[in-house]
Ligand binder design. Structure first.
Ligand SMILES: [Zn+2]
Length: 272
């Protein structure tokens, strides 16, 4: 499931491959993944890409005219830049053709994601586009400490996109392990030292994951796709039953915030 590092990797790839290219065709294969004006979507033909970027877990392609295509990747959304004559995979919902014979394709088997088109200057709001909190790689330690001052489980806080944008199940678990914080603790009960450790842990795991192109990635020039390599560096996520890389104790799995949660009972003790 794409989180910040995967979305960042995708955005960087798109920025490198699509910038300055001109749209030569748009084909919406499944209408319900698109939210916006279909006439305006067709109107992208002839538009040049200015840049691609990420915000939270979303990827945006911005055009010189100011329009922005926003991709919410949901549970299973994938973006690939492929040759225009590459075989069209099942669950491909949108194809945007560019000069030079390349195509941007959005696939999403489970359809929790979506594609949005915003006119120049329009706010990025809409159905399934909730509020986004600050970026974890930009927020100051002090501001982050303030965000945690709530009587909610820390794992739920970290995964709430309106509190802080971009973390999902994988990187919340990994950040909590790096900080030595049990996922069921309440945000408001964390000490200054723990909050600082969590701020650092969150940033270091996100940076490392971006460096390794994320956990669940695709190869943007290869329609078959290729995985990112960060899963080999996971310390707790899906490592239940295996020894903690820090202390050797068996990683445990519980349900927190309605999600499978992996942690080390020794490094992340609940306390007294
Ligand atoms: Zn441990």
């Amino acid at each position: 499931m794409p989180e910040l590092p995967e979305a960042e990797t995708i955005a960087r790839e798109l920025d490198g491959t699509l910038t300055s290219r001109v749209v030569c065709g748009v084909s919406l294969l499944r209408a319900d993944v698109f939210r916006g004006d279909r006439g305006a979507l067709a109107g992208l033909v002839g538009q040049r890409v200015e840049k691609s970027a990420r915000r939270g877990k979303r990827v945006t392609v911005q055009f010189e005219g100011g329009e922005r295509l926003v991709f919410a990747l949901g549970m299973s959304g994938r973006l690939a830049v492929v040759s225009a004559d590459a075989k069209v995979e099942v669950h491909t919902h949108l194809r945007v053709g560019f000069d030079g014979g390349v195509e941007l394709r959005f696939c999403d088997p489970r359809r929790f994601g979506g594609v949005y088109l915003f006119a120049k200057g329009a706010a990025v709001v809409g159905e399934r586009l909730g509020a986004l909190g600050p970026e974890p790689l930009e927020i100051s330690a002090q501001a982050f400490h303030g965000l945690l001052d709530r009587r909610r489980q820390i794992k739920a806080l970290l995964m709430d996109q309106a509190v802080i944008a971009g973390l999902g199940n994988i990187y919340a678990d990994e950040a909590l392990h790096r900080a030595g914080v049990h996922p069921m603790r309440l945000g408001a009960e964390l000490s200054e030292v723990e909050r600082r450790a969590l701020w650092r842990g969150m940033r270091s795991v996100l940076r490392a994951a971006i460096k390794h192109r994320g956990t669940t990635l695709v190869d943007y020039r290869d329609p078959d796709g290729a995985p990112g390599s960060f899963q080999r560096k996971h310390r707790v996520y899906r490592r239940d039953g295996q020894p903690c890389r820090t202390c050797g104790v068996m990683i445990d799995k519980i349900v927190a915030n309605g999600r499978s949660t992996h942690f080390c009972p020794q490094c992340q003790a609940l306390g007294e």
